[in-house]
Design a protein around this ligand. Structure first.
Ligand SMILES: Nc1ncnc2c1ncn2[C@@H]1O[C@H](COP(=O)(O)OP(=O)(O)OP(=O)(O)O)[C@@H](O)[C@H]1O
Length: 274
């Protein structure tokens, strides 16, 4: 994996500001990406755009984090990639296939998994039944995928007969991630996986995300815990008012004085570890 994208400019290494300033350059960097979104305009209410010319890409094997202030449109971007919000302008592509506004069941079959922030388990079902629900389209694959998921989350097999409603928030998050992994996705979309969890479970979630990625799944993660997210990400996007404000490697975003001043400072109170 390259540590930082190259801009093709004859000058010195691009700064985050330069990358953010040129959508054409971003489009060039996105060539050959596993997932790419170009010029997305989307929203919930007619006439009100939440995403406003938003660009994004994810390369094979990457973990990419999306951070930004409250209401910036981070979750909306994730939902739009997963076809849950109608796209008004722009496109979403998966390995070059146009999947703009494709329905969720088609995206799941194409190898996209999505874990919403809330209500992401069936509380009245056991852990095992939740995992079965994740693969109801391919029930013959259950045993193989269950073994894979249990390897990543041993707790899920140890407590497989426990109802999801009886689990802690962190344990439920593991069930939700495990369920999405049952269909063997190539890319996993995670909406604020550490939200509302104790610091110990937050750490656990980030460690699991790394492990999922190491097992061959590319990951797109929206996070409030911006610093921790950038620590584990190959690249990050800072969204502000539905647009890309900055994009660069996680490490460089974390150390960029403007990003720190404008975003990481104001996000510091969101339960993250310093
Ligand atoms: N179902 C909805 N109907 C109408 N507006 C919505 C809906 N969901 C979100 N919004 C609005 O869209 C904007 C972006 O919300 P979104 O949840 O994408 O932000 P976010 O960056 O993920 O913020 P947060 O970190 O607070 O979750 C906000 O102004 C929000 O009020």
């Amino acid at each position: 994996m390259t540590d930082s994208p190259t801009s093709g400019r004859p000058t010195s290494e691009p700064t985050p500001a330069e990358l953010a300033a040129t959508p054409a350059e971003h489009a060039k960097l996105a060539e050959g990406a596993l997932v790419r979104a170009d010029g997305l305009v989307a929203g919930y209410i007619p006439g009100v755009d939440i995403l406003r010319d938003c660009n994004f890409f994810l390369r094979d094997g990457e973990i990419v984090g999306i951070i930004g202030p409250n209401g910036a449109g981070k979750s909306t971007l994730l939902k739009t990639l997963f076809g849950l919000i109608p796209v008004r302008e722009g496109s979403v592509r998966l390995r070059g296939d146009d999947i703009t506004s494709a329905p969720a069941h088609i995206l799941v079959q194409k190898g996209v998994g999505y874990v919403p922030q809330t209500q992401n388990v069936f509380p009245s079902l056991t852990i095992e039944e939740n995992l079965e629900m994740g693969i109801y389209l391919r029930p013959k694959k259950f045993a193989e995928r269950y073994a894979f998921v249990s390897d990543l989350f041993p707790l899920l097999s140890e407590r497989r007969k426990v109802k999801a409603g009886a689990l802690s928030g962190g344990e439920r998050q593991m069930v939700a991630m495990g369920r999405a992994l049952m269909m063997d996705p190539k890319v996993l979309l995670l909406d604020e996986p550490s939200a509302g969890l104790s610091p110990m479970f937050q750490d656990e979630v980030f460690i699991r995300c790394k492990a999922i990625n190491a097992a061959g799944v590319s990951v797109i993660m929206v996070e409030q815990n911006a610093r921790r997210c950038l620590q584990i990400c190959d690249r990050g996007y800072v969204l502000d008012q539905g647009r890309n404000a900055y994009t660069d490697t996680g490490r460089r975003l974390m150390n960029d004085p403007k990003v720190i001043e404008l975003y990481l400072g104001t996000l510091a109170g969101s339960g993250e570890k310093k």
